[in-house]
Design a binder for this molecule. Structure first.
Ligand SMILES: *[C@@H]1O[C@H](CO)[C@@H](O)[C@H](O)[C@H]1NC(C)=O
Ligand SMILES: *[C@@H]1O[C@H](CO)[C@@H](O)[C@H](O)[C@H]1NC(C)=O
Ligand SMILES: *[C@@H]1O[C@H](CO)[C@@H](O)[C@H](O)[C@H]1NC(C)=O
Ligand SMILES: *[C@@H]1O[C@H](CO)[C@@H](O)[C@H](O)[C@H]1NC(C)=O
Ligand SMILES: *[C@@H]1O[C@H](CO)[C@@H](O)[C@H](O)[C@H]1NC(C)=O
Ligand SMILES: *[C@@H]1O[C@H](CO)[C@@H](O)[C@H](O)[C@H]1NC(C)=O
Ligand SMILES: *[C@@H]1O[C@H](CO)[C@@H](O)[C@H](O)[C@H]1NC(C)=O
Ligand SMILES: *[C@@H]1O[C@H](CO)[C@@H](O)[C@H](O)[C@H]1NC(C)=O
Ligand SMILES: *[C@@H]1O[C@H](CO)[C@@H](O)[C@H](O)[C@H]1NC(C)=O
Ligand SMILES: *[C@@H]1O[C@H](CO)[C@@H](O)[C@H](O)[C@H]1NC(C)=O
Ligand SMILES: *[C@@H]1O[C@H](CO)[C@@H](O)[C@H](O)[C@H]1NC(C)=O
Ligand SMILES: *[C@@H]1O[C@H](CO)[C@@H](O)[C@H](O)[C@H]1NC(C)=O
Length: 587
């Protein structure tokens, strides 16, 4: 037994070893132990999901080209998968960490993700994708650095700061899930956290005493890159720093044209880098604010995160009212105009030394159009559910490409409607039969009453347009065909549409979902299945050696003693790699 475990891991080890030698790219190791801890971010003790006992989790910091090995240990009492939205697994959806690509890591099991981060730079985050767990934490930042030889389109900042913002409930994810299962609304969140901490006590009525808040220490005269991620459940947040300009520089892996903002809307699932100069006189500390947006803001006052920007020569605490939120009650286009002003810097180099604008998407013919419409949640089979084009997605029992490889039929249907249909909504496991190397147009039509944010895994998409009203063919005349931003998470205003264009060159089954956790949980998602009809093993990787099996394929999983062998094998493998890594580095 011991011998077989050893040879098994040795086998894996050798296959990776050769890969390493030929790849010539460094391998970077992380271990993420996911467990519950008790924390009181809003002054009320609650069970929070921590990673390596930290909340938020540790930074994953890698450079383009690195081979990343992440050993995830599930110390929760439920299934787990970690996903890395925006980080593109080229040809390798096996590592994406959602139910359509991976079988869950069952409690107490280890599973090792392995993928190369290729041709990408930027600011991302990771989070647990199952069971509403993100509402209890489990998230952390993921930074993808440029290779040293590729210039960044701005002066090297004096420091790098991560701010993880998001709405927060003092109820845990199981309690929130129960509410949704009963058809209830989640109601107003209890607050907004910044880096896992509650608000600074800027107002003694609104903020109770004794809450721990975040302080960001800076030096006068310096410029910092501040990476802000909205990892929340469903609230769009307005981000601002008192008396400081936010110079937008990057979003979800693409460098933007430089524009200064005094406040900026960040929707659920979105990531931005701002360059912020510490050019104020330090007469006091300054407020960093993340406040609720597109809700009745006077009712939602407590849904405000406040941290402190502290200059090393500061002469006193921040005081007085918070900087004003945008006042656009009578000008609802303001936020959308801001979104339209986020443009690609087409002449800057991205991950490679060619300009980001070298792919002239505006002159490529669209091969397929999908109009995806979503309404407020409705009752289907006696349950309140959310849908896209009338299909409320049923969670996968087995990853789709794994089912394909085992000739398993019935795991999903390929009949996702490309237009809204005039029929009652239904539950189904229907995915999009998308064409490999097609250039598709996805119209997201929000007929729901709340702001929504959508995410596509495996890709970046050009956000060519958004406007209020219903999309029509004529809307194409308004598209930005030159410098639209390319990104993976995009907002869709209530009563409005957003259009993205995507070049389908990455095979696999990729999740398209609402970032709003409640809508996602209620079924507002599907997948794009993209397969090269001439697949010969070059366009899509094979399932990894440590692939987990579940659902109808569960019998393929080695029996319980063997399954611990698999995880143990994975672990020895990890150790072997670690040793190799150490030797490699001492050479
Ligand atoms: C979540 O909250 C419920 C209800 O308050 C409680 O019964 C349960 O133990 C909590 N679960 C976790 C994992 O914190
Ligand atoms: C992340 O990696 C980059 C490049 O290796 C390094 O310069 C930087 O200091 C690292 N950041 C942190 C916080 O470790
Ligand atoms: C604190 O907030 C309350 C409620 O919004 C408001 O009435 C009060 O004026 C605020 N206090 C200060 C000092 O701003
Ligand atoms: C942005 O504002 C800063 C001051 O905070 C200024 O130095 C810089 O020139 C501005 N940049 C642009 C592109 O407007
Ligand atoms: C420092 O800046 C604040 C805010 O801009 C201003 O009110 C104050 O007068 C300035 N103090 C000095 C000494 O320049
Ligand atoms: C927001 O709520 C306040 C307090 O209930 C109410 O007076 C106000 O009319 C509401 N505003 C809007 C735009 O609904
Ligand atoms: C785009 O990046 C280049 C450097 O690569 C820089 O010179 C230029 O100013 C940037 N353009 C804008 C609009 O930010
Ligand atoms: C796009 O379609 C038009 C009209 O169907 C055609 O004339 C043109 O050649 C196509 N362009 C490309 C790049 O395929
Ligand atoms: C699936 O079917 C193909 C073609 O019929 C066959 O070559 C392959 O061996 C089958 N795979 C499995 C795992 O049964
Ligand atoms: C999926 O699309 C391809 C071509 O794009 C077609 O050949 C195939 O029949 C479609 N499959 C189904 C089940 O509709
Ligand atoms: C939903 O669509 C209907 C019909 O087009 C329209 O009357 C209604 O205003 C829309 N509501 C929202 C919130 O978009
Ligand atoms: C998972 O990995 C950790 C650390 O490498 C190890 O301590 C633990 O025993 C492993 N658990 C299993 C089930 O393999």
């Amino acid at each position: 037994m011991a011998l077989s475990v050893f040879s098994f891991s040795l086998l894996l080890h050798f296959s990776l070893l050769s890969f390493l030698c030929f790849g010539g790219e460094p391998t970077v190791f992380y271990e993420l132990r996911v467990s519950y801890i008790t924390a009181s971010p809003l002054g009320v003790p609650q069970q929070v999901i921590a990673i390596n006992d930290k909340f938020p989790g540790p930074l994953i910091n890698v450079t383009t080209g690195n081979n990343l090995v992440v050993n995830v240990l599930n110390d929760l009492d439920e299934d787990l998968l970690i996903t890395w939205p925006g980080v593109q697994m080229r040809r390798n959806a096996w590592q994406d960490g959602v139910l359509g690509t991976n079988c869950p890591i069952t409690p107490k099991l280890n599973w090792t993700y392995q993928f190369q981060v290729k041709d990408q730079i930027g600011s991302f985050f990771y989070f647990p994708s199952l069971n509403f767990q993100r509402a209890s934490g489990g998230f952390g930042p993921f930074v993808l650095n440029n290779r040293e030889i590729i210039p960044i389109p701005f002066a090297q900042p004096d420091g790098d700061i991560v701010l993880i913002i998001g709405d927060w409930y003092t109820q845990n994810h199981t309690a929130l899930r129960t509410k949704l299962d009963r058809g209830q609304d989640l109601g107003m969140p209890d607050g907004v956290l910044i880096n896992g901490k509650g608000p600074y006590r800027y107002n003694t009525t609104l903020v109770p005493d004794g809450i721990q808040y975040e302080t960001i220490n800076v030096d006068p005269g310096k410029t910092y890159r501040i990476r802000v991620h909205n990892v929340g459940i469903s609230t769009s947040l307005n981000f601002r720093i008192q008396n400081h300009n936010l110079l937008l520089a990057e979003t979800e892996g693409f460098y933007t044209a430089h524009v200064n903002y005094t406040q900026f809307d960040i929707h659920v699932g979105q990531s931005y880098s701002f360059l912020v100069s510490m050019d104020q006189n330090a007469s006091s500390d300054y407020y960093i604010v993340a406040s609720a947006r597109f809700v009745n803001e006077s009712l939602w006052q407590r849904v405000t995160g406040v941290a402190i920007l502290h200059y090393s020569n500061s002469r006193g605490p921040a005081a007085g009212p918070l900087p004003d939120p945008p006042n656009d009650e009578y000008y609802k286009e303001e936020s959308m105009n801001q979104a339209r002003s986020v443009r690609l810097n087409t002449s800057a180099s991205g991950a490679r030394p060619n300009p980001q604008g070298s792919f002239h998407y505006g002159s490529i013919n669209i091969t397929d159009t999908y109009v995806l419409k979503f309404l407020p949640p409705a009752t289907i089979n006696g349950k309140v559910r959310a849908a896209i084009n009338g299909i409320s997605f049923v969670k996968p029992e087995v990853p789709f490409r794994l089912a394909d490889q085992h000739n398993l039929t019935g795991a999903y249907k390929l009949d996702f409607p490309s237009r809204p249909l005039d029929r009652p909504p239904m539950m189904d496991r229907s995915i999009i039969n998308a064409t490999y190397r097609g250039f598709i147009e996805i119209v997201l039509q929000n007929n729901d009453t709340t702001m929504q944010s959508f995410h596509l895994d495996g890709y970046s998409a050009f956000v060519v347009g958004m406007a209020y009203g219903n999309w029509s063919q004529d809307s194409r005349n308004q598209y930005n065909k030159w410098d639209a931003i390319s990104r993976s998470s995009v907002q869709v205003y209530s009563g409005a549409w957003t259009v993205i264009l995507v070049f389908l060159d990455n095979v696999g089954s990729w999740n398209l979902r609402a970032n709003n956790l409640d809508r996602w949980y209620l079924g507002q998602e599907t997948y794009l299945r993209i397969v090269n009809p001439e697949e010969n093993g070059d366009t899509e990787m094979l399932a990894p050696n440590n692939v987990l099996y579940c659902g109808p394929l569960k019998p393929l999983q080695k029996t319980s003693s063997n399954s611990s062998m698999v995880s143990l094998g994975g672990n020895l493998h990890f150790l072997a790699l670690m040793i190799f890594f150490l030797i490699f580095h001492s050479m």
